[in-house]
Design a protein around this ligand. Structure first.
Ligand code: NAD
Length: 486
């Protein structure tokens, strides 16, 4: 029963109110600022910027004996590489503007971290808290059927993943529905990523975005030239951090930053914040939230009722990891952090970023900082297509080789290693080691590429523009070598 308002290949941007400060307007403003610095022809830049296809659907679901009409979207921003890739969001605020903005960001994000996908994004306009697990399963499976009917999902077409309000459970339902309807497609599991490990997921995916954020921020704080510019010392030891959002991205980011040596002094949630200048025990707070359903009232920190006021507290690094448009024109002048690392997609509006740039605050852009999720999703997709767990073929062989090497060194030197050292050195890499290592390498090499544009082009004044220039260059190159069909 799904209806298509803007079908594959049609221009969908006409629905967006031009001149408003919508999320999509912000993303396009960032794009335009960088595009003029690239020297690519206008027509090519126009093609990179527009959204290739949007599918808007309305479908019925039986909820508590009543029929409820559910609204949903899937946007495929760019088909310059296939499949397209991007999460599915469940929230009451989802609309076409938001889905298109997020899909565009996915295109730029994939290019910046060299993941060979175009950008996509989906959303269902519901508050998942209002539905039972059974009802959510029915909505998710029906949405998947709508996507199948219009060819908006498939391992070589469009591959969703989790986003705000969804997780491995929803991804497993999507994979199962697709598999049931795909008539024996051996690659069916590659139709979605972020699945539970037992259902074709990859180890390390759940923590990947937060871990990637940690690597990104670590590169920045260890960049002596950058730290000198920001009048900060290198390393994590004296860095005070505030994180907004304690969900998948926020919790893992806070955990890895604290383990890396930084002090997390504040966590903000929708119903309040907790602060402790001496540092918050992230695992204890996580446990408290699981038990009480809220971070407020945590014994290891002071609860602040007006959570968002904590965005304006004194700190070194602010990590907005909840939703878009959290730092805007009105609160930007009050931000005291020296670095903002965007864990969420679009948490800083274009108007706010102008103010932050003038204040000398470094904004590390979402398209790089939170790319860890799509990097590891790419690894999961590769695993699904190759039908074998990473490390399965070579772990034992690697351990055998390492053990023989250690034995030879012991014989030649006449000295023996402790049992613990021997086990540590001889150990072969398992799936999670390989995934984390691939993620770390990607985040480091992408940082270096972005910073080549940041330091190397006098017209590039901020890190987001540097990331956009890097991304646009790669997509333009791809289009130029691809040609235009027919
Ligand atoms: P999530 O649903 O796991 O967590 C979001 C958290 O933010 C929840 O704890 C929620 O209670 C909290 N929150 C909601 N409104 C808030 C408010 N006004 N103030 C403070 N906290 C609030 O979602 P997630 O997967 O962590 O995604 C968060 C952001 O990161 C989104 O913008 C998403 O697009 C982006 N992102 C997620 C991934 C991923 O792998 N999950 C990857 C890239 C980007």
């Amino acid at each position: 029963m799904g209806s298509t308002s803007a079908k594959r290949g049609s221009s969908a941007n006409t629905a967006i109110p031009h001149g408003s400060q919508s999320f999509l307007t912000s993303v396009n403003a960032y794009f335009d600022k960088a595009a003029v610095l690239t020297g690519h022809p206008k027509g090519l830049l126009d093609q990179i910027r527009v959204c290739n296809s949007v599918y808007y659907m309305q479908f019925p679901v039986r909820i508590k004996g009543e029929i409820q009409v559910v609204e949903a979207w899937r946007a495929e921003h760019s088909h310059h590489k296939l499949p397209t890739k991007g999460g599915i969001r469940y929230a009451e605020t989802v609309d076409q503007d938001e889905v298109q903005a997020l899909a565009a960001l996915m295109t730029y994000k994939c290019a910046v971290v060299d993941v060979p996908f175009g950008g996509g994004k989906g959303g269902i306009r519901i508050n998942p808290k209002n539905y039972s697990v059974d009802e959510l399963e029915r909505i998710t499976r029906r949405y998947t059927v709508e996507l199948i009917k219009k060819n908006f999902i498939g391992p070589s077409i469009d591959v969703p993943a989790p986003d705000y309000g969804t997780g491995p459970r929803e991804m497993a339902w999507i994979a199962d529905t697709y598999q049931a309807m795909s008539n024996g497609d051996i690659n069916a599991l590659g139709c979605v990523t972020g699945k539970p490990v037992g259902q074709g997921g990859v180890r390390g995916r759940t923590a990947a975005t937060g871990r990637g954020l940690f690597f990104a921020v670590r590169e920045a704080v260890n960049d002596a030239k950058l730290m000198k510019k920001l009048k900060m010392s290198t390393g994590f030891a004296d860095k005070r951090i505030i994180v907004q959002g304690f969900g998948n991205v926020g919790y893992h980011a806070a955990k890895f930053l604290a383990e890396g040596g930084a002090t997390v002094i504040g966590i903000i949630e929708w119903d309040g914040a907790v602060v402790n200048p001496k540092g918050i025990d992230i695992e204890a707070l996580h446990k408290h939230r699981q038990q009480k359903g809220s971070i407020t009232g945590f014994a290891g920190a002071k609860t602040i009722k007006d959570g968002n006021s904590v965005l304006e507290y004194e700190c070194d690094i602010l990590v907005p990891a909840a939703l878009e448009n959290q730092i805007y024109k009105e609160n930007a002048p009050k931000i005291k952090a020296k670095i903002i690392a965007e864990g969420a997609n679009g948490p800083v509006t274009a108007a706010a970023e102008d103010i932050l740039n003038k204040k000398g605050i470094l904004v590390m852009p979402d398209m790089y900082v939170n790319a860890g999720g799509v990097v590891v999703s790419y690894f999961e997709w590769l695993k699904n297509l190759s039908h074998v767990r990473f490390g399965r073929m070579d772990k034992r062989f690697e351990e055998g080789t390492n053990t023989r090497l250690v034995n030879t060194i012991e014989q030649l030197t006449g000295k023996s290693l402790t049992a613990a050292d021997r086990t540590f050195i001889a150990r072969g890499a398992d799936e999670e080691d390989l995934v984390n290592s691939g993620l770390e390498d990607t985040m480091i090499s992408s940082y270096n590429t972005i910073m080549e544009h940041y330091y190397g082009n006098a017209k590039v004044k901020d890190m987001r523009t540097a990331a956009f220039v890097s991304s646009i260059d790669k997509i333009a190159q791809s289009y130029l070598s691809l040609g235009i069909f027919p």
